[in-house]
Design a protein around this ligand. Structure first.
Ligand code: NAD
Length: 380
């Protein structure tokens, strides 16, 4: 029996609650398809600080280096907001991404028909929305040096820096993805103000010449933010740098109705990192009400792009679609008066469906994840 080692980093807040459901679904996939998953837990974020005084402990570093893929929950704890930088949960996450070299973060955003009315955006604007955000993940403002705050505290600095090769490799991921989709790349920058954005624009334009069959357009980030809610169906692949991508992907979550629904895959040359796009949600942590679908859809991305098991990924994505179509709702996606289920029940419903072999044949409503590039075709 084929065996895969998955390092599970539940992290903080609702992270452990949603990754538990992701693991449940992964085990159901194992039973259905005859695959063995070795799942082992390692601390990250505030959990790492509590366990080893480090948001990315050595034990976790060693485990992710050995793993075939990494499944992550979320990091962040209210008590550590003002901790020194080396003890902040987010420092562990940034270090993890750098350690794995996962420079391309893929965030598919599709509006599922049963949830159209859960978005504050008008239904007519949501028709046909199918956006793939490709966010550069290991460079830009979140990593640039120098950074820090003066000892007096009244001056602080961060550095926005990109090199041509960093832009080229992530741009290629976007163009390769567009080739498998509707052949449009919208590159987002702030080239009217920032020199780094001018380099971004020049480099993306040059890479675009290698893909004459893909249309390339450039938008300033302020206009892109507006278009994302006023005409989201106009996007196919949205390519952008680290911080703009962070912000725009949360904005895109408004289109689907909840942050709790969206998955992501972070890919590089080695093991991929798969995580829902939401944070640790301290306001609902420990209550069993978090939506696990973002984490479960991240498991589908792990199967497809981390382990190259497309049939298993199809089964998970279809199970998600089926339970939503049948009316299963966690609190964040329920309309007033609709019955609500908790994190675990939602996970069990999806896992049962995966196990029961009623899903797995590709259908019209298979989510967009299937149109993403494989790491090999797009990243090598
Ligand atoms: P958040 O994503 O944690 O929460 C924003 C809102 O969305 C909250 O109201 C929350 O209850 C809700 N929400 C999020 N996920 C949900 C889910 N699965 N089901 C139902 N509702 C959900 O963002 P925030 O409040 O800005 O940040 C909280 C902490 O998380 C901070 O410490 C932040 O630094 C951290 N954070 C971590 C990541 C990550 O680990 N990748 C990403 C974003 C924020």
């Amino acid at each position: 029996m084929k065996t895969y080692t998955i390092a599970v980093l539940p992290g903080d807040g609702i992270g452990p609650e949603v990754t538990a459901e992701g693991e449940r679904v992964l085990q159901a996939v194992g039973q259905r398809f005859g695959i063995a998953f070795t799942l082992a837990h390692f601390p990250l974020g505030a959990a790492g600080v509590a366990a080893a005084g480090d948001p990315l402990p050595e034990e976790t570093r060693a485990a992710v280096r050995r793993a075939n893929a990494v499944l992550l929950g979320a990091v962040g704890a209210p008590g550590l907001e003002h901790a020194p930088r080396h003890l902040k949960p987010e420092t562990g996450l940034l270090a993890l991404r750098a350690l794995l070299g996962v420079y391309a973060n893929l965030r598919p955003v599709t509006v599922l028909a049963p949830l159209v009315d859960r978005s504050p955006v008008k239904p007519d604007r949501l028709r046909g929305v199918d956006v793939l955000i490709v966010r550069e993940l290991t460079g830009g403002l979140y990593y640039g040096e120098p950074r820090g705050r003066d000892s007096g505290g009244s001056r602080a600095v961060n550095t926005l820096v990109y090199t041509t090769p960093e832009i080229e490799r992530v741009a290629r991921v976007a163009f390769e993805a567009a080739r498998r989709r509707r052949r449009l790349v919208t590159s987002v920058d702030k080239a009217n103000v920032l020199e780094v954005s001018q380099l971004w624009r020049d480099t993306v334009t040059a890479v675009g010449r290698e893909y004459p069959d893909v249309r390339l357009e450039h938008l300033y980030v302020d206009y892109a933010a507006m278009r994302l809610v006023s005409n989201p169906a106009a996007f196919d692949v949205l390519l952008t740098e680290n911080m703009f991508g962070d912000i725009l992907s949360d904005e895109a979550a408004v289109l689907v109705g909840s942050l709790g629904l969206l998955p992501s895959a972070s890919l590089g040359a080695g093991a991929g990192l798969f995580e829902p796009i939401h944070g640790s949600a301290p306001d609902i942590a420990g209550k069993g009400v978090a939506n696990p679908i973002g984490a479960i859809a991240s498991v589908a991305m792990l199967l497809r792009y981390g382990l190259r098991l497309p049939e298993a990924a199809d089964a998970v994505e279809q199970a998600i679609g089926t339970v939503l179509a049948a009316g299963a709702r966690t609190r964040d996606i329920a309309a007033a008066g609709e019955p609500v289920m908790g994190t675990r029940e939602m996970g069990e419903r999806i896992a049962n469906l995966v196990r029961s072999a009623e899903c797995g044949v590709r259908s019209e409503d298979t989510p967009v994840n299937s149109a993403l590039p494989t790491p090999h075709s797009a990243l090598e």
